[in-house]
Design a protein around this ligand. Structure first.
Ligand SMILES: [Fe+2]
Length: 213
């Protein structure tokens, strides 16, 4: 659509960055999540290679990222999770007007993250995928939020800083405080991090990627 035909205001905002947050299931979520929580610890307790990998790469915590990123293909609970998340991913893709051209979005990787106190997940993105996200299994009070960075930040080479009282849409970082049972989705190019967990209890999440196949 040519811009001139829609330009009715002197300033318009374009190129949005979308973040999708919804409860995973409309019904039976508490029970499903309870069972999944047990499965997360079971994965850790039967994954000595992953525990060893985490000692070096995920200090204080455990992630199966270095040992098993196909949990949705290994365990029934994670398979059910992948199916439910897939429905949300389709909804998000429709919101983004993605033309899948006869293909589909398929979960290509899925791994668990257990973050005890003082565990950090540093700034990163998910290259080679289309939609990425996290399902929140356990988010205790005072647990870390997830922080997203304006994807244009590295291009703002000479821009002055933002005013302290800036409008929310001009923020360069957005923080989401998730709740257990929620799934969050974003486009895979969006950089994000999880600051140090300040809760004494474990913060548990399952991360994943969707590819266009
Ligand atoms: Fe991530």
């Amino acid at each position: 659509m040519p811009l001139g035909s829609t330009l009715t205001m002197p300033i318009q905002s374009w190129f949005p960055t979308s973040l999708y947050v919804e409860p995973l299931l409309a019904n039976g979520l508490a029970r499903f999540n309870r069972e999944l929580l047990e499965q997360c610890y079971l994965v850790r307790d039967t994954d000595p290679h992953g525990v060893e990998w985490s000692d070096e790469h995920y200090v204080n915590g455990y992630t199966s990222y270095g040992s098993m990123t196909d949990l949705h293909l290994r365990y029934p609970h994670f398979e059910d999770l992948a199916k439910a998340i897939g429905r949300h991913a389709q909804k998000f893709a429709r919101h983004l007007d993605m033309d899948l051209q006869g293909g589909s979005l398929r979960m290509s990787s899925c791994w668990v993250n257990i973050m005890p106190a003082n565990t950090v997940h540093s700034l990163h993105l998910h290259p080679l995928s289309v939609i990425s996200g996290t399902y929140y299994v356990k988010v205790p009070k005072d647990a870390s939020s997830i922080k997203f960075e304006d994807p244009r930040l590295s291009s703002m080479m000479a821009a002055p800083p933002k005013l302290e009282g800036m409008r929310p849409r001009n923020q360069q970082f957005v923080t989401l405080q998730p709740k257990a049972g929620q799934v969050a989705l974003w486009e895979s190019w969006l950089r994000h991090e999880v600051p140090s967990n300040r809760s004494e209890e474990d913060r548990i999440s399952i991360s994943f990627n969707f590819d266009w196949v």
